[in-house]
Design a protein around this ligand. Structure first.
Ligand SMILES: C[S@@+](CC[C@H](N)C(=O)[O-])C[C@H]1O[C@@H](n2cnc3c(N)ncnc32)[C@H](O)[C@@H]1O
Length: 212
């Protein structure tokens, strides 16, 4: 559900210098390079992800480096497009990160990012397996939420949709798109029950901005 919305919003990438923050195994790197982007730089805070990403990009004009998103900075006009998929909800203070992004983009440059939707980051009753219901609670309380994740614990930082928009616009971006990544029928191959389940609550939020 996140991927089709993201690819729509990325649009044409021909000739663009792309930065991917919290790139994981850089799965989108080869996709963008094959689509004609000039270069791809992924940054991630996990050694294992950096290794996986560099393996995936072997022989291409892309690479991944070990950098904490919160420490990122680059000279003006270093990039034309910044993408970040499902990483910014791991960051406590997003405004300085977005300001660093803004400072590193070329005039007219763009940012497109996705996060776990605030409906889901707001509260987690700890239910395992397919859920019958979802509880939204403390929605207007920003901050850390501990989550059980793949046998461990992760920290997500909850923000409202309005908080995300404010962080983007106060960093000097003009909001160009806000999407909630509704499931697309053509992606469900006749799986009617799964489609109905995925229509119950939003999973992902996407925001896009252009340097103002
Ligand atoms: C859910 S994964 C998404 C990976 C990739 N963007 C994708 O969509 O496949 C989140 C990634 O963000 C990275 N990450 C989280 N917090 C980070 C931080 N502060 N600095 C750098 N990377 C971070 C994690 O290591 C992980 O690879």
């Amino acid at each position: 559900m996140e991927e089709p919305a993201l690819l729509d919003e990325l649009g044409t990438v021909t000739g663009l210098r792309v930065l991917d923050l919290g790139c994981g195994d850089a799965a989108i790197g080869p996709v963008l390079l094959h689509a004609g982007c000039h270069s791809y730089l992924g940054l991630d805070g996990s050694v294992a992800m950096v290794e996986a990403g560099n393996r995936a990009l072997h022989g291409m004009s892309g690479r991944v480096e070990l950098v904490d998103i919160e420490d990122f900075s680059a000279p003006p006009s270093s990039f034309d497009l910044i993408v970040s998929r499902l990483a910014f909800h791991h960051v406590e203070d997003l405004a300085p990160v977005l300001a660093a992004c803004r400072a590193s983009l070329t005039p007219g440059g763009r940012i497109v990012f996705t996060v776990v939707h605030p409906v889901l980051t707001s509260y987690d009753p700890g239910v395992r397996g397919p859920r019958g219901n979802w509880i939204v609670d403390d929605y207007f309380v920003q901050g850390a939420r501990e989550r059980s994740w793949l046998g461990g614990t992760v920290t997500w930082f909850h923000r409202t949709i309005e908080d995300y928009v404010a962080a983007l616009t106060s960093s000097g971006f003009v909001l160009t798109s806000l999407r909630e990544c509704a499931p697309r029928v053509d992606r469900f191959d006749g799986e009617v029950e799964e489609l109905a389940r995925r229509r119950r609550v939003p999973l992902f939020l996407l925001l896009a901005g252009r340097c103002g």
